[in-house]
Design a binder for this molecule. Structure first.
Ligand SMILES: Nc1nc2c(ncn2[C@@H]2O[C@H](COP(=O)(O)OP(=O)(O)OP(=O)(O)O)[C@@H](O)[C@H]2O)c(=O)[nH]1
Ligand SMILES: [Mg+2]
Length: 275
């Protein structure tokens, strides 16, 4: 997680992982389509001509304020195709939480197992502990009549007793439930690790399906927002960390703009070619 003390932001990276065509991009598209424009950023997708994720998708979301800190989520997807492993590893760098989107289509048990194995290997290479990182499983494509049962999928890929959510990304069922659940796990970690717990976010509440969060993923602002997070107790070092973090965040925003520029240029090129 990136803490920016100057702007009082905490940036949380959530990666949607899973086998090719399991519905990771469709998750982000649905969230983008249905969330409040004031709390969501632009959905950036770098895809092949056949709409397969080439590099990643990125959707920034504002989660609201917890004791004076704005929590900003960056939702990423990885490209599921086996050949793009180095890209998957790159996208996983600095991950704070994982949504594993499993494909419930009949006959794809092995593909799900393989992808979970690949996730564990990549995390290990990055020095991230799979057994403790906040994570959930989403069993997508529940709309299919011919599908793997939840129990079978669970027994084959869930060795951590992670929460499992049944979903259908094409019609949106379970998509905000998934986002709420993973956000709740992230907030729990923040609360425990950095003691910035404030009044509970609406995302964490077990409310009915189409709550505020579905239209407007933002929590109530809390009063009393003067607390700061002191990670080391050393003022000089803290200032240094603060400066570095601000720099990282501004560089991230530059790379975000560059990506937007790249996408517009690609669009322009495609338009010119088709004329
Ligand atoms: N029936 C059904 N189809 C779905 C569902 N979610 C996604 N799809 C379809 O599955 C295909 C792949 O979806 P994507 O979201 O592009 O899959 P992905 O996981 O991002 O794929 P990669 O980027 O290649 O890793 C598309 O044709 C989607 O419309 C679902 O819940 N049910
Ligand atoms: Mg994709």
């Amino acid at each position: 997680m990136l803490f920016n003390y100057a702007s009082k932001e905490i940036i949380v990276k959530i990666v949607y992982y899973g086998p090719a065509l399991s519905g990771k991009t469709t998750n982000l598209e649905y969230i983008h389509k249905k969330s409040n424009p004031q709390t969501r950023g632009k959905l950036i997708s770098l895809a092949t001509e056949t709409d397969r994720t080439l590099f990643f998708d990125l959707l920034p979301m504002d989660l609201g304020k917890v004791r004076g800190f704005y929590i900003k989520l960056q939702l990423y997807t990885v490209p599921g195709q086996v050949k793009y492993n180095s890209t998957r590893k790159l996208v996983l760098k600095g991950v704070d939480a994982i949504v594993f989107v499993a494909d419930s289509s009949k006959g794809l048990v092995e593909a799900n197992i393989e992808s979970m194995k690949n996730l564990k290997e990549n995390l290990k290479e990055l020095g991230i502990d799979y057994t403790t990182i906040p994570a959930i499983l989403q069993f997508n494509k529940q709309d299919l009549s011919d599908r793997i049962s939840k129990d079978e999928l669970d027994s084959r890929i869930n060795d951590r007793k992670l929460p499992c959510i049944e979903a259908s990304a094409i019609n949106g069922s379970g998509i905000f439930e998934t986002l709420k659940e993973i956000s709740k796990l992230v907030l729990d970690v923040l609360n425990k690790s950095y003691e910035i717990a404030g009044p509970k976010t609406t995302l964490g509440k077990d409310d009915t399906a189409k709550t505020n969060s579905e239209r407007n993923i933002i929590q109530e602002e809390t009063s009393n927002s003067s607390e700061t997070v002191d990670l080391t107790g050393d003022e000089g070092l803290n200032n240094k960390i603060l400066r570095l973090q601000s720099k990282i965040i501004s560089l991230k925003s530059v790379s975000h703009d560059l990506l937007n520029e790249l996408i517009s240029l690609e669009q322009l090129l495609a338009d010119l070619k088709s004329n």
